[in-house]
Ligand binder design. Structure first.
Ligand code: ATP
Ligand code: MG
Length: 340
């Protein structure tokens, strides 16, 4: 008797869900390698702490970029290590449901399947990220009712109108949390002649990030290097300053949502008019992003409860479809696809 597992292999974080146990892994998608012998030194939380702090003999990297695998071997090693932490090898090789952004290529999908199979999983099924996000947000995806979900992650924002277990219209863009962090780094350089690392930028975004002036207040101290003197320095960033670096990414997301609404068939748009838009993903927590979408679309916008967990919880719910894969007469359209 094997065990089934759900995996959200995200650009920023990897999450693993086990039925009966819930989310057992929720850690940064980072791996540290010893460059002298290629041994894995750390994975997840511990590797994240090493980011930007490694010596020349080791490297801490995010092996996914923009929702797709950029270093296959490292992704495989990362998943293997995380799986070993939560699944005893005696239990047997599980079946997995994993998510992928809605518009990746077959080659990119195959890489995800192979990386997960390489970690010892016998059968890998894929689900599109916005469908999983909708399920995890509590939406009944199988009904003939249109729902609009936007999942703002680290590497991608996946937006889709879902009905009858499928995607009616969708779009995936590489404008999400990571681009916001890069914009904060550029802003601090421009404004203060100060160089900061990705972790510092991300922390500032989480503490005081906002895309609408005045929506939050407060200051957050960041530390880095003065680019003129080369010496260490710190600055107290004010929440009001965050609008400038974050606004453009938010506006790109908003305009893509508007484009999707324009492409949505009329019956479905009527449903969305009633229910509004649901936001999931860690990036939906940047203060004011829901407000910007609400103003631009004049629709109700709701941030799902625990937005970062929706995708992996949706993958977890989709496990029940594995047994229905080869029985098209039972259970209607299957939101997952089979990959051997
Ligand atoms: N409280 C918060 N405020 C602002 N941003 C946040 C917050 N918490 C997380 N984030 C941001 O959310 C992003 C990660 O979201 P998530 O975990 O949904 O991404 P992911 O699934 O790893 O990425 P992707 O789906 O794009 O592959 C990061 O950019 C992170 O900085
Ligand atoms: Mg994600």
């Amino acid at each position: 008797m094997g065990l089934d597992v759900a995996i959200d292999l995200g650009t920023s974080r990897t999450r693993i869900f086990l039925p009966n146990k819930g989310i057992v892994i929720d850690e940064p998608s980072v791996i540290t390698v010893n460059l002298e012998n290629n041994n894995i030194m750390a994975v997840g939380k511990e590797a994240y702490m090493m980011l930007g702090r490694t010596s020349s003999r080791m490297d801490a990297v995010f092996p996914l970029n923009g929702g797709v695998i950029s270093d296959f071997g490292l992704v495989e090693a990362m998943i293997s290590t995380m799986m070993k932490r939560v699944v005893s090898s005696k239990i047997g090789m599980p079946r997995a449901v994993a998510c992928v952004p809605s518009d990746i290529t077959e080659v990119e999908k195959r890489a995800v399947v192979n990386a997960i199979s390489g970690a010892g999983i016998r059968k890998v099924c894929l689900i599109e990220e916005p469908v999983a996000a909708a399920m995890g947000a509590g939406i009944d995806i199988s009904s003939p009712h249109g729902s609009f979900v936007a999942d703002i992650g680290g590497g991608t924002t996946d937006m889709a109108v879902i009905s009858l277990s499928g995607i009616a219209v969708s779009r995936s863009i590489k404008q999400a949390g990571n681009v916001m962090d890069e914009e904060i780094i550029k802003y601090v350089k421009r404004q203060y002649n100060m160089l900061i690392g990705k972790r510092t930028a991300e922390e500032a975004k989480m503490k005081i990030g906002c895309v609408v002036p005045g929506i939050i207040t407060g200051r957050h101290r960041i530390k880095g290097r003065n680019l003129i003197t080369g010496m260490p320095m710190w600055v107290d960033l004010d929440a009001s300053e965050m609008v400038e670096p974050l606004r453009e990414t938010a506006e790109t997301i908003v305009s893509n949502i508007q484009d999707i609404l324009e492409e949505t068939p009329p019956e479905l748009i009527g449903d969305i008019y009633t229910d509004g838009i649901v936001l999931t993903g860690g990036g939906s927590q940047v203060a004011g992003i829901d407000t910007l979408i609400r103003i631009a679309t004049e629709l109700k916008v709701t941030i799902a409860e625990n937005p970062s967990d929706c995708v992996v919880l949706g993958c977890g719910q989709a496990i029940k479809y594995i047994d229905l894969l080869n029985k098209p007469d039972r259970g209607g359209i299957n939101p997952i696809t089979d990959h051997y």
